[in-house]
Ligand binder design. Sequence first.
Ligand code: 13P
Length: 253
Amino acid sequence: MARDLIVIGNWKMYKTSREASNYIEHLLSKIEGCKASVFLAVPFTSISSAAASARQAKLEVGAQNMNDARDGAFTGEIAALMLKEAGATFVLLGHSERRRIFGESDAFIHRKVLRALADDLRPVLCVGETLDERSGGETEEVLKRQIETALADVPEEKAGEVILAYEPVWAIGTGKNATPEMAQEVHAFCRACLADLFGKRKAGQISILYGGSVKPENVRSLVSEKDIDGVLVGGAALDPETLAEIIQQCEGI
Ligand code: 13P
């Protein structure tokens, strides 16, 4: 089953809304005619300007986090409907920086996934093992727990909305990417977990992206693997020229 190729740039806590517009203009001029679906996960304050700049282009704008409640007295939090109205079409959930620095649990991430789906935002669920977990032979156990907890109770007809991103924590921002073979092995395992939850056919339709030190030099070999349906890019996505190069490298695979 052919799956769309997806490239997501995660800006993390970089770029003001003015910088966002300039970036998008620059990026769009470089990727005209590209077939990959390009998503940008931007800071909350840049969503409106980024979405306005991306209008009519094949570029989706989304957020990097949200709260699980519809609304309420949660000072400093942001709701799915607010993101949607600002122009977001997707949201990253469970990024390892949220889990590690802000203590987000699997249970909290699970509630966020259900909220995003209920409020019509596409959840990009991020999962991945730490170096200690990999060294201890726990990679599969950790991923199975993260995937099964986060996606429990997702109705089969909504499962196609979910995008999964495998981001080994030891590869994020370190310059050390997983080898394509290593990543493929994990992606196949993740797809098997999805098949246990939603059946083989549905699992075959869900895009699984790789993230962790993706660069123009390594992206092509990663996306050439059978179960790697695109990439989630951090540092290299901060420069529109480099992200455009990554997108071009993916083309024609
Ligand atoms: P780097 O590409 O900087 O390793 O970051 C990956 C990431 O965290 C994307 O969400």
